[in-house]
Design a protein around this ligand. Structure first.
Ligand SMILES: NC(=O)c1ccc[n+]([C@@H]2O[C@H](COP(=O)([O-])OP(=O)(O)OC[C@H]3O[C@@H](n4cnc5c(N)ncnc54)[C@H](OP(=O)(O)O)[C@@H]3O)[C@@H](O)[C@H]2O)c1
Length: 256
């Protein structure tokens, strides 16, 4: 695996930085992608020989420029779609622009990047990791758009994995639960605390990603009881309906 090229989106974020350092330690050559050049430069100093690419991935031309830059560096063996956004709010108070931005960033961008890099990944018999969430399996109040995007990403990943069966490309889905990064607002953190939800470290998520890519698994869910709830929700959703209904008054207290 030494010197294999990995394209990592969301590299400047909490989970992205931890993934970058974990992959660097394993000998991967990294193309670090984000919008914040200073943060990318700082990370590339911590992972020497890494390359950086600055740009907004919701922009069509930017994604094509990224693919060109990657091709110049070598053959991509690992694509990690990790960039994402979240805002915890009611649908009632969400603008059309916010709807489009969430679905574009969390769902359309990873789909389009998978399509863009497919040729290279077929050539290298590489791996895709789409970073989802436990909210990609459990519909949660005040997370409607985030859930829509991550449910969509999980479905897309599963379908593509089955479509590419036998091609040599491995398509995988990693679902962290709440993790200690700045994607979580102070309100989201307060709600997690009130409900007794555990928060993982980004480093733990990075180790789970390493375990995923070195295994035969195509999906990996992080954290108990979240991964159990995800399964129960698939089979007996009314059980989870009732559990979340009991939490709703507490959640609303923080969001009104
Ligand atoms: N933290 C959690 O609780 C949690 C739980 C489950 C799943 N996840 C998922 O884990 C992934 C990483 O999240 P995180 O916690 O590390 O969040 P974070 O610290 O807020 O980082 C988000 C990253 O996404 C990048 N990004 C956002 N919009 C972008 C755009 N339009 N173009 C290019 N880059 C963009 C950001 O780049 P800039 O900084 O340069 O803007 C940043 O690098 C996300 O997919 C998230 O949904 C997180």
């Amino acid at each position: 695996m030494s010197s294999s090229l990995c394209v990592l989106t969301g590299a400047t974020g909490g989970i992205g930085q931890a993934i970058a350092k974990a992959l660097y330690a394993k000998g991967w050559k990294l193309l670090l992608v984000g919008r914040n050049t200073q943060a990318l430069e700082k990370l590339s100093r911590e992972c020497p020989d890494s390359e950086i690419f600055t740009g907004d991935l919701t922009d069509d031309t930017t994604r094509i420029d990224l693919a060109i830059k990657a091709k110049q560096l070598g053959d991509v063996k690992l694509l990690i779609n990790n960039a994402g956004i979240n805002t915890m709010q009611s649908l009632e108070h969400t603008s059309n622009e916010q709807i489009d931005n969430m679905l574009m960033t969390n769902l359309s961008v990873p789909i389009k990047l998978c399509q863009l890099f497919l040729g290279q990944l077929e050539y290298t018999k590489g791996t895709i990791v789409n970073v989802g969430s436990s909210f990609g399996s459990i519909g949660y109040p005040f997370q409607t758009l985030y859930c829509a995007s991550k449910f969509g990403l999980r479905g897309f990943t599963e379908a593509l994995s089955r479509e590419l069966n036998g091609s040599g490309v491995k398509v995988t889905y990693l679902a962290p639960r709440a993790t200690d990064t700045s994607i979580n607002s102070s309100k989201a953190r307060a709600i997690n605390k009130e409900l007794g939800n555990k928060m993982d470290s980004p480093e733990l998520v990075a180790q789970e990603l390493l375990a995923l890519i070195s295994s035969n698994q195509t999906r990996r869910f992080i954290g108990f009881p979240e991964k159990l709830f995800a399964r129960i929700n698939g089979v007996f959703p009314s059980v989870v309906d009732n559990a979340i209904a009991k939490q709703l008054p507490k959640i609303k207290r923080f969001l009104s």
